[in-house]
Design a protein around this ligand. Structure first.
Ligand code: 13P
Ligand code: SF4
Length: 352
């Protein structure tokens, strides 16, 4: 069975949007300016009864601010759980659009703001709801499993939503019940889950523009230069990179492995923002980014998510003052999308 592929114009528009995002990343600040902005943001969070929920890929300043003000820095599953359980009346999400939408879907009574409404995700962009709906219609016998990195509309079409932390376990459970599945949108993660579980998955043809750049051959050379190194890989990466991994997992699973594995040198194949938390939680260990460029290139690793990098202190302050980036979701779609997300949260809780 052929997997649907994105049209040439869809691929160009994802690349254009990524270029646009790269061009608006904020200017450098002096340490004194940073301190003052951080203080201002902290004061505003408390004055507005708001809690900051940040992903591991955003700027280290935002990660630290989230933690020191009683919010959290987490993977996408934990971000969803945290916003739901926290008593603050406003949740402010530093990450990308689908993370804000997930928080709103689960907590409709709260005001959910995003730090940067233009922060998207190539997986979400690569799975347009109408085309995905038509694809599902062609395969009504299949259970629809979608990755969290999708729009509310796509989730509303799903039976299950998953994050990378539970994808293998959940698909294995469904396969054990003889379910055949549609998997969307990440073909690399889908391919990995398929190899791990032997499940019958029909894959959508999406990818993460950051992780698909990791290069297996160059990583293998780097590994030979550092035979003591352990390799940590996010499963949105190509199979040639996953093959070299000591641990494959979600962002929080990789951070845990960095703390627990008996090695002092790690090569990390995921967005470089994660290195902040790894260095913080295992300060005596060395973490280097896995290569995204071929031999001889000047940039060894450019694993920066352009959309995650749009989140910064200035935007956070502006949003707390204006409240003009509220996430709004059509109520019918929200109700439908809430079901598979709640299933995911419940499944994650049981398997924790
Ligand atoms: P996690 O669920 O592992 O945090 O991943 C989210 C993501 O966007 C990875 O690129
Ligand atoms: Fe999306 Fe990739 Fe960025 Fe994660 S790193 S938010 S999957 S584009």
């Amino acid at each position: 069975m052929r997997m649907p592929s994105l049209s040439h114009s869809d691929q160009i528009s994802i690349a254009d949007k990524a270029r646009q995002a790269r061009s608006v990343v904020g200017e450098n600040l002096t340490p004194a300016e940073r301190r003052s902005l951080r203080q201002q943001a902290g004061d505003l969070l408390s004055r507005e009864d708001a809690v900051l929920v940040a992903h591991y890929y955003v700027d280290s300043e935002l990660q630290e601010l989230a933690e020191e003000t009683g919010g959290c820095v987490a993977d996408s599953l934990e971000m969803a759980r945290f916003g739901l359980s926290h008593p603050a009346s406003t949740v402010i999400v530093a990450g990308v659009r689908f993370m804000g939408e997930t928080a709103k879907i689960l907590s409709p009574e709260k005001q959910v703001l995003v730090v940067e409404p233009q922060a998207e995700c190539s997986l979400d962009l690569g799975c347009p709801p109408a085309a995905f709906g038509a694809f599902c219609d062609q395969h009504p016998e299949r259970t629809v499993v979608v990755y969290a990195n999708t729009s509310a509309e796509v989730k509303a079409r799903a039976d299950w939503v998953v994050t990378s932390s539970i994808a293998v376990d959940l698909v294995a459970d469904l396969a054990a019940k003889d379910k055949k599945m549609i998997w969307a949108p990440d073909r690399y993660l889908g391919d990995y889950v398929k190899r791990q579980t032997g499940a019958d998955l029909l894959l959508w043809d999406g990818s993460c523009i950051v992780h698909e750049e990791f290069k297996g051959e160059v990583l293998s050379n780097l590994k030979q230069q550092h035979p003591q190194a352990k390799v940590l890989v996010h499963p949105e990466s190509p199979a040639s990179v996953i093959e070299l991994a000591d641990v494959v997992g979600s962002t929080s699973q990789l951070i845990l492995a960095a703390q627990q594995l008996d090695s002092s040198y790690f090569i990390v194949a995921t967005e470089e923002g994660i290195l902040h938390k790894m260095r913080q939680s295992a300060p005596k260990k060395t973490f280097v980014a896995a290569p995204t460029a071929g031999e001889g290139a000047t940039c060894i690793s450019c694993a920066h998510c352009p959309w995650m990098k749009m989140n910064d202190l200035q935007h956070l302050i502006a949003v707390l003052q204006s409240k003009d980036t509220e996430v709004v979701i059509d109520e019918e779609i929200r109700i439908r999308a809430a079901m598979p997300i709640q299933r995911m949260v419940e499944y994650g809780r049981q398997s924790a």
